[in-house]
Design a protein around this ligand. Structure first.
Ligand SMILES: Nc1ncnc2c1ncn2[C@@H]1O[C@H](COP(=O)(O)OP(=O)(O)OP(=O)(O)O)[C@@H](O)[C@H]1O
Ligand SMILES: [Mg+2]
Length: 503
């Protein structure tokens, strides 16, 4: 079938930040009723490219065409007027406003200047129902977990009748069921002739809903191929080499118990949670969104309080709710929400990488500034963080590179026990393997890792033992050799009532 006329075209557009060209004469066309996937490593220029489609950035060169006519998109209002809706990679919600207000933000139905709350809520509810999100409309959005916030963000884009929809890693924070729901909506929109751009690091998702794939490398166009192109070929186009081992877990002989959690309880969040982790071990924690996995990690990290139970690190009792103390005793925490809890966005790459060692009393203090810079440079290199300089604000890094910085901080701090909450969210396929290698290195050196991940293959592929949580409790524990997708899922839903909606 020949391509119809594109509704939106970027024709050899470029974008520079200071001396660095991050998008270099790239062309991409969006067609009605088709999903164009964008693929490339972290920092390849995908988000920058789509920001030129929706008026966030102005190209420094090249042309933009809407319906075949050359135009400019000076700001997001003009993009909206063209019927372009965007779901950005980083959440753009107002945390203190309610769910309903966020969904309807900027287009509150008003009559004679008065807001009609009933109408607003009705329309917000319709948008949320469409993606199967069942939450209290009056609740402040900031109190929801990342997955639900992402769904609110998607509902917000769906509440307008867009003819061009741009989705920048919409699935990164979602689990299987929510992703299928989103993809059903994508199919509906496809049938209605909406043109879509879709960014994801998950090649299976691209194969499932994409029509064509445009591949970028280092800001340059590599090629446009059908979405049915074999994965290894796509990876080769994207990184310029083969990547073999998907989950290169090297089990280490388990040593002494490093972390012991006993009877941990915080009403409404988790109940009577207990497990042990030995030196050299990776303990995976599986469960559905809302099962309490994140909350348990946060309690261990000292980020949240709890009412009863104990946490021991190498036999020493950890005080409740004291982050600095947990860090100095050797606990590292990669939180699920890197933007709100993980990074100092205005701080430089070096400062963010060194942040844990500044807190840790066990390591060199103020005197060691130069050593810190060297170590920051080494870790950044190890993780292949893509940045212009160590003095660049972390805010300007691409999403995946920000994630690597949060991870790198704890590598540099030599944490004994690393608590990882969705550690590879938004990380490209090559960099994922590097993060897995770092996990191996940590356990080789006698450290321990507790990993929460919504990607079951990752939990099955990188853990030695798996604890499954369901509705705030430990539903069961399995050695990895006995764990399968099916028996882990069976435990994950074991305490969930059959009629309960997505949580
Ligand atoms: N405002 C900015 N100032 C300076 N550099 C920037 C800015 N925004 C992006 N960059 C740089 O541009 C490059 C491309 O970033 P972009 O966010 O487009 O990558 P991406 O392909 O979306 O990556 P990811 O998969 O990690 O989301 C990165 O090296 C990033 O550091
Ligand atoms: Mg991006």
């Amino acid at each position: 079938m020949p391509d119809p006329t594109p509704v939106l075209s970027l024709d050899r557009v470029s974008k520079r930040f200071g001396p660095i060209t991050v998008v270099d004469e790239v062309s991409v066309d969006l067609y009605p009723g088709r999903v164009t996937a964008l693929l490339g490593e972290n920092g390849a220029g995908k988000s920058t490219l789509i920001k030129m489609m929706c008026g966030v950035y102005q190209p420094d060169g090249g042309r933009i065409l809407v319906d075949g006519r050359q135009t400019t998109i000076p700001d997001t209002r003009v993009a909206e007027a063209h019927g372009i809706a965007t779901i950005h990679q980083e959440l753009n919600l107002a945390p203190n406003l309610s769910v309903a207000e966020n969904v309807m933000l900027g287009r509150t139905p008003a009559s004679f200047g008065l807001v009609r709350p009933g109408e607003m809520k009705r329309r917000a509810k319709a948008a949320l129902d469409r993606i199967g999100l069942d939450v209290d409309l009056d609740r402040p959005v900031g109190t929801l977990g990342v997955a639900r916030q992402q769904l609110v963000e998607i509902a917000k884009a769906l509440a307008v009748d867009a003819r061009i929809l741009i989705l920048d890693e919409p699935t990164a924070a979602l689990t299987g069921r929510e992703i299928s729901q989103l993809f059903e909506v994508v199919e509906e929109l496809r049938a209605k002739g909406v043109a879509m751009a879709f960014i994801s690091h998950h090649l299976d998702e691209i194969a499932e809903i994409g029509d064509s794939v445009t591949v970028l490398r280092d800001g340059r166009f590599v090629g446009r191929v059908p979405a049915s192109t074999p994965e290894d070929e796509l990876i080769r186009m994207m990184v310029g080499r083969d990547i073999d081992e998907q989950f290169p877990r090297r089990p280490a002989p388990p040593g002494d118990v490093l972390l012991k959690v006993d009877g941990l309880t915080a009403p409404g969040r988790f109940t009577d949670v207990g497990f042990e982790v030995r030196a050299g071990e990776v303990l995976g924690i599986a469960g559905l969104v809302g099962a309490g996995r994140t909350e348990v990690l946060r309690a261990i990290a000292g980020a949240d309080d709890y009412t009863s139970g104990t946490i021991h690190l190498q036999g020493q009792r950890l005080p409740r709710g004291r982050v600095a103390q947990a860090i100095s005793l050797g606990i590292g925490h990669v939180p699920e929400d890197r933007k709100a809890q993980g990074l100092v966005l205005g701080g430089t790459v070096e400062e963010n990488l060194g942040y844990a060692t500044l807190w840790s009393t066990g390591h060199a203090g103020l005197a060691d500034r130069r050593g810190q810079r060297q170590r920051a440079a080494d870790v950044a290199k190890q993780l292949r963080v893509r940045f212009a300089s160590l003095d660049q604000p972390v805010r300007d890094l691409s999403g995946g590179n920000q994630q690597k910085v949060v991870f790198g901080r704890w590598v540099q701090a030599h944490s004994r026990v690393l608590l990882l909450d969705e550690p590879t969210r938004g990380v490209d396929v090559g960099a994922k393997v590097e993060i897995y290698e770092l996990i191996n290195r940590i356990t080789d050196n006698g450290g321990a890792v507790v990993m929460v991940s919504s990607e079951l293959p990752e939990v099955l592929g990188m853990s030695d033992r798996i604890v499954v949580m369901s509705r705030g409790r430990v539903a069961g524990e399995l050695p990895v050799a006995q764990a399968t997708q099916d028996n882990v899922m069976a435990l994950a839903v074991s305490a969930v009532e059959p009629d309960r909606k997505a949580s």
